[in-house]
Design a protein around this ligand. Structure first.
Ligand SMILES: [Fe+2]
Length: 221
């Protein structure tokens, strides 16, 4: 059990020790958004998705140099010219009490299949924002980004509940991910900003496509 001090000086307690969640495994059911019809065989397990059950908010990771304001409103980043290993990502946004939050701004930006960002065109390739639905869910159709010098593959994201603070973080991929001949284990190990807390659990690679699920836990005021 750990203790943390909130901004208002109060203390909140976390009842699941750090590290437990990262090593536990659970059997996924079709109850999770986006997993219905997935190719997971019965009894197959995935690493436990970081959850709000430990009472901790999703940790931040640096913004980096490539954020652009005014990304398009869209949930599909597979626009013209974007090819590669497909990724269908789903999840919920929760508050610290595990309540799903509707209408949360979720703004993604990422490199493409060559490891390049669109930093200049009006196409805003690899960039898009959306709002969580009434159930607090988001969905993203995209690709696994490639690595680029100094960085393991990652997806940037900003998450902001209505009137809440902005969470800026990065999502990573498991060591056994297969895409673009990248050695994900080595790339993750080398990356100074990599954290296990924001690794997206992936299902098996099927027909050039991964399914992933990642839930965010954010502060609301
Ligand atoms: Fe980046």
């Amino acid at each position: 059990m750990t203790e943390e001090h909130n901004d208002d000086g109060t203390t909140r307690r976390s009842f699941i020790a750090t590290g437990t969640a990262a090593t536990a495994a659970v059997a996924l059911t079709a109850a999770g958004v986006g997993w219905a019809g997935s190719s997971l065989a019965e009894g197959q397990t995935l690493p436990l998705t970081p959850q709000c059950t430990d009472g901790d908010d999703t940790p931040p990771v640096i913004e980096g140099p490539y954020f652009r304001r005014n990304s398009p409103l869209r949930t599909n980043l597979r626009t013209a010219g974007v090819t590669g290993v497909l990724l269908s990502l789903t999840g919920f946004v929760y508050d610290l009490r595990c309540k799903p939050l509707a209408n949360v701004l979720v703004d993604f930006w990422q490199a493409d299949q060559r490891g390049a960002y669109d930093n200049s065109t009006t196409a805003y390739r690899g960039r898009g924002h959306q709002f969580t639905d009434a159930n607090g869910a988001y969905t993203l159709e995209t690709i696994i980004p490639n690595e680029y010098p100094g960085r393991t593959p990652h997806i940037h994201v900003k998450v902001q509940a209505p009137r809440g603070p902005v969470l800026t973080t990065q999502l990573y991929f498991p060591d056994n991910t297969k895409a673009y001949n990248v050695n994900f284990a080595a790339a993750n190990r080398r990356d100074a900003y990599y954290i296990r807390d924001t690794v997206i659990p992936l299902g098996p690679l099927t027909a050039n496509r991964y399914q992933g699920k990642f839930d965010f836990v954010v502060r609301t005021a």
